[in-house]
Design a binder for this molecule. Sequence first.
Ligand code: FRU
Length: 719
Amino acid sequence: MPARINPAKKLIVTYWTIVGLGVGAACAQRPDIVIADFEAPTYGDWSLTGTAFGSGPAQGTLPNQMPVSGYRGRGLVNSYNGGDDSTGTLTSKPFRIERKFIQFLIGGGGWEGKTCMNLLLDGRAVRTVTGPNTQPGSTEQLTAQQWDTSELLNQSVTLQIVDQATGTWGHITIDQIVQTDRKLSAPVPRETTLRVRKDYLNLPVKDGAPKRRMSVWLDGKARREFDIELADDKPDWWAFLDATPFKGKTVTLKVDKLPEDSLALSAIEQSDEPKAQKDLYQEPLRPQFHFTSRCGWLNDPNGLVFYQGEYHLFYQHNPYGWNWGNMHWGHAVSRDLVHWKELPIALYPDEHGTMFSGSAVVDWDNTAGFQSGKEKPLVAMFTAAGRPFTQGLAFSNDRGRTWTKYEKNPVLDHIAAENRDPKVVWYAPEKKWVMALYLDKNDYAPFSSPNLQQWKKLGAVTLAGDGECPDFFEIPVDGDPKATRWIFYGANGKYLVGAFDGTKFASESGPHSLQHGNAWYASQTYSDIPAADGRRILVPWGRKTDLFRGMPFNQMMGLPVELTLHRTEAGLRLLANPVRELASLRGRRHLIKPQPLKPGENPLAAVKGELLEVLAELTPDAAAEISFNLRGTVVTYDSKKQTLSCQDKTAALPQEHGKIRLRMLVDRTSVDIFGNDGRLYLPMGMVMASANRSLGVSAKEGETQINSMEVFELKSAWK
Ligand code: FRU
């Protein structure tokens, strides 16, 4: 397909509407002329210098970039290629000004002359615009802007997009450049007052619409405040706000700015249940046994704690948007780590900031003094991401149903950079709490406290290749409770194995890699698993961009796995295996009898399904390559190299006595691969062709002995 940005082709769009671009300009005008929509794989006849713009339009967010929103379609100009330090220019062919305005979507750095778009007439910039941002922490959003070009009519001009900035916000994003006669209507502050009669306020969201600041006011105070991409007309989905604290009262909803003809405020509906989402939990891309939030964005698991038969799963959550932002602690509970029930939001942003990651414990001895009734208090420790970041506490005396922030927050002041993500563990020998905190770059520190309120720094831990979200815990070696080690790990799963005497963590080996997949980050292990169970259960964030386009939710949790520490020929290593409770999803079983697998054969040909678990033990021939085809996703074992690959990920899987064992769980958007009983842990996220229900196993080059093979059709955890 030729690049759509060729001005000579002048793609004419008659009904060109985009929220924020020209909404409200009702009268009939000449059709718009699209100069560039950046939907083609290349920049067409635009010319490039430098590396910042890549070789063609970016498909959304680039590696290591905060999520980009507000662009149209899939492609856009994004000069974050190679990070903030890359530079370059992107220049159009000359074109003629034929309309009164040039409108575009722009985001990124606000550096004059350095992160900008220029309109050049005879080589001279007659119009220029920068992105909006210069401060760390600002959002990657494109919004609509416009130049008045009426006095340039019929002139030949060129557009030049510039990235000559390095460092913070050293990049620019541009999309949808259009010539138009429609003037952008300036949005104005708007508000509405309503009496809250029901439990929920349903808010219309349009992904990619301009971000508005919305607040809920009661008795002269803003009780809720958040960013939301409000739909001015038809919403993509409905976010819901828990209005139970305001029931029977009159609140004012304020929005910082809205086009005057926006329907957003009048569309807000009250209801007894969150407004029905069509096919809730059955949407085409809804994972069926990986946790997702009902709607909105999710990232890190937080506050994993077990109490009174319930596994609590708190999580980083944006209840009002599809992208990262407005960090709250969402909340779900489960009795089996498989079936989850969502509860109301546990922690709302407050005057100290939005609620970043942290952990939770049962305070059995009431060391913090928060207990008010019979139940033991659950205490959560979190990062308040204000300026600067500090650490705070909240507690619950009703099994996690309601939460109170500690009135003397913060309990730990700012220490370094973006210090965050406290993970707390009880250190029984000295009856004290120990907390691992992320500080900066690869640096972490353990702290201790008698009461969760006063904290003393114990030392320093560096984790090469990792940052954020530490966990720190004791674990038996080969199941022997008398021989234990302590593990210190970071968000990427790089871990140290060592000893801890209550003051000093002495690393013995590492960092090692816990996992090798493409959908795994910021995991955490459960606190307070009863001694009789004794497992170390981990839940990761199944991080992967672009899996859930078009869905009312974004991101998923990874499968809960059980960690164990073993002596291996390489030294002490963690193994990860799916928690046994997942077996409760097993339905129909297909048993493949032991047999040689010859090239050209596929003993799984008759097995079909959407949600599947495949178990196999194979003895591959020295030369063999064995491939599983799981509904189109190929997993290949190379027995020469003794590695397993899936998409762009490859990891070692040494044969044990000439054999390998595989366990693979197939969900709608992922395949979790475990090799040799957890020696290899490879969680993968991908877009699956939903219509493909077939399974295959094949051998190449040499023969493979199938020692055992079975496939289970899995049930959905939502049914
Ligand atoms: C990791 C992280 C944490 C932070 C949280 C914010 O994914 O960046 O360090 O607390 O996400 O959502």
